[in-house]
Design a protein around this ligand. Sequence first.
Ligand SMILES: Nc1ncnc2c1ncn2[C@@H]1O[C@H](COP(=O)(O)OP(=O)(O)OP(=O)(O)O)[C@@H](O)[C@H]1O
Length: 191
Amino acid sequence: MGKIYYIMGKSASGKDSIFKEVKKRMPELKDIVLYTTRPIRENETEGVEYHFVDEEFLRGMQEKKRVIELRSYNTRCGIWKYFTADDGQIDPEKFDYLTIGTLESYAAMKTYFGEEQVVPLYVEVEDGLRLARAVERERSQTDPKYAEMCRRFLADSEDFSEENLEKAGIKKRFENVEFGECVDKICRYIN
Ligand SMILES: Nc1ncnc2c1ncn2[C@@H]1O[C@H](COP(=O)(O)OP(=O)(O)OP(=O)(O)O)[C@@H](O)[C@H]1O
């Protein structure tokens, strides 16, 4: 039986970097490509970053009860939805998967696939260090969005409160101070 390894953590805790490095070391782990109703960006490819779909497609999937979890974001460009769908790409009986999500989507995945099939990989970084990394990352952008960065930093302390972590059943934590060490620990845990 396979597992769905589910990376979670606050903003700038290193989820994306860890995801890429673990995938490099364990290429047998499959991706779960999410769906989004946001328009495709120039440097993106359909089916790689996301499946880019419209509201009608989403409604169809909802009618067929294929939507496992959905998040809506009220952006300046309208409401964008991101969702995981049971479209046949996920077969945890046969394969192992690695993906990134939120505490809410993790809970929904557990409800859908069963608690024993979804394994949480919670990544943690001390707040001061994490904020410094977030600022550094933002500063390297051509158009840094510091206000948005601060909003996410504050929202995260509520979203990932100790109470919510406990409710979600997160016990094990992977500290991401030294990157290679953290990835080593995660790979050993998966194996
Ligand atoms: N162990 C580490 N040491 C130093 N820098 C790190 C480490 N891990 C990640 N970083 C850096 O911290 C920044 C945040 O990492 P990353 O983008 O992977 O986080 P994330 O959790 O995916 O963030 P978000 O949820 O905000 O997209 C990046 O610039 C990354 O290069």
